[in-house]
Ligand binder design. Structure first.
Ligand code: GLU
Length: 436
């Protein structure tokens, strides 16, 4: 039975690198029907915060990564916070003592005696990596204050939690021999490792906290990305599934996942690509799903929704125009308020031609007579008004769109008019005529 884990240290926001590590572990567990565990490595009291731990959980959940054991869900091998596992570490520490593998320094720190043999990591991504017998000083595993250091607790928990595989960032590869040395000293079999290449910025520098696209919450959740798009993008950052096309659902990614296909070279982060994925996913949502996703952003923009069906149709009418949910309010605000403003440069242009008011009045008269307010009847009325005024319907449409929305670009005029209703349509035309 496969058991894998994501083991973040809660020092800050969930970073794309961490999210992708979690995702690869999750894909592997789901692919093989294994168990995915979340373990919070919070032994560093000075740097770890509960807020960061909460943020990590929130980010993982947003991405759709659920864990079978861990915080909030429990499990047979808990607690899943390292800060609550001191007695377990003490028991393992006693084992090393009994095996004569530790000694105490004058200052009270305790060191682990390295075996000083050659150690090979059989890595699923990096292949066999052999470390020559070390010349480093023995490793401190317990501080004078009695707290244990990362390498020790990480190994103890991987033993105790029965991990079979460890997918983690390549930055840990150089220390893996220390972990294997500890596993051996504790009489345990090390898991199979898969060290995932790092994520670099587009310019090839190492991605850090401050770089574009680095934090899941700030760069994606707040910026109007859909979780399924980010999931898809991150899965392919360092892995190329053997299939046609790139837009793949999480189910498809689960069934295709193969660690042997993880790239051994570093991945380059590409925000445009991620945005492209997002636009593709946005376009596929139903009106209701798009409204559900857009709602927090509409709320934030102060647009109050009184009719869900109209709001859903309104956001749906602009889905081809946006790649982020954050862009939606600017495209649809006039569906939710009558006091929308007009784009200034267009007003100037329209004012230059007095016949524009005549045209708008002609359209208003035709629309006022309609009894059935459907897109078809609206279209016919506008065409007739254009005919009477001897202009092309194509010339009248932009003028009407501007009157109804204050904007030069947007969805079709009949769609807008239909959604806002007849009386609002007539009021808006009148308001525009008075302004021109
Ligand atoms: N807490 C470590 C980190 O955040 C985890 C290392 C591991 O996955 O073994 O980098």
């Amino acid at each position: 039975m496969i058991r894998v884990r994501f083991a973040p240290s809660p020092t800050g926001d969930l970073h794309v690198g961490g999210a992708r590590t979690a995702l690869f572990n999750w894909l592997y567990a789901r692919h093989l029907g294994g168990t995915f565990i979340l373990r919070i490595e919070d032994t560093d009291g000075a740097r770890n915060t509960e807020e960061a731990a909460r943020g990590i959980l929130k980010g993982l959940r947003w991405l759709g990564l659920d864990w079978d054991e861990g915080p909030d869900v429990g499990g047979d091998y808990g607690p899943y916070f390292q800060s609550q596992r001191k007695s377990i570490y003490a028991a393992y520490f006693a084992k090393l003592e009994a095996a004569g593998r530790v000694y105490t320094e004058d200052n009270g720190a305790v060191r682990f005696k390295f075996s000083r043999t050659s150690i090979t990591v059989h890595d699923l991504v990096c292949g066999d990596v052999t470390f020559a017998p070390t010349e480093e000083p023995d490793m401190t595993i317990r501080r004078p204050d009695g707290s244990y250091i990362f390498h020790f607790v990480n190994v103890v928990d991987d033993i105790e939690m029965r991990m079979t595989h460890v997918f983690r960032g390549e930055d840990h590869l150089s220390n893996t021999w220390k972990h294997i040395d500890l596993f051996n000293a504790l009489g345990a079999t090390p898991p199979t490792y898969a060290h995932i290449p790092l994520i670099l910025n587009p310019d090839g520098t190492k991605m850090s906290k401050r770089d574009e696209g680095s934090a899941i919450e700030k760069s994606y959740m707040h910026e109007g990305f859909l979780p399924e798009a980010v999931f898809n993008y991150l899965a392919m950052l360092g892995w190329t599934p053997r299939t046609e096309g790139e837009k793949l659902s999480s189910e498809a990614l689960v069934s295709l996942f193969d660690p042997a296909e993880i790239h051994s070279s570093n991945a380059r982060f590409d925000m445009h690509k991620c945005q492209w994925f997002n636009a593709q996913y946005l376009r596929e949502l139903s009106p209701e799903a798009l409204l559900a996703a857009a709602r927090p952003f509409l709320d934030k923009a102060g647009l109050s929704i009184t009719n869900d069906a109209i709001a859903a149709a309104a956001v749906f009418s602009v889905k081809e125009k946006v790649s982020h949910l954050t862009e939606i309010p600017a495209w649809v605000h006039y569906f939710f308020r009558e006091d929308y403003s007009y784009e200034n440069d267009v007003v100037t242009k329209l004012k230059a031609k007095p016949e524009n008011t005549t045209l708008l009045n002609a359209a208003a008269s035709a629309l006022a007579t309609l009894i059935d307010w459907t897109e078809v009847s609206i279209q016919t009325a506008i065409e007739e008004a254009a005919k009477i005024a001897s202009v092309k319907a194509g010339a009248l449409m932009p003028l009407l769109r501007f009157a109804l929305s204050g904007q030069a670009r947007g969805p079709g005029v009949t769609t807008i008019a239909h959604l806002i209703g007849q009386s609002s349509t007539l009021r808006r035309i009148e308001r525009t005529v008075l302004m021109l």
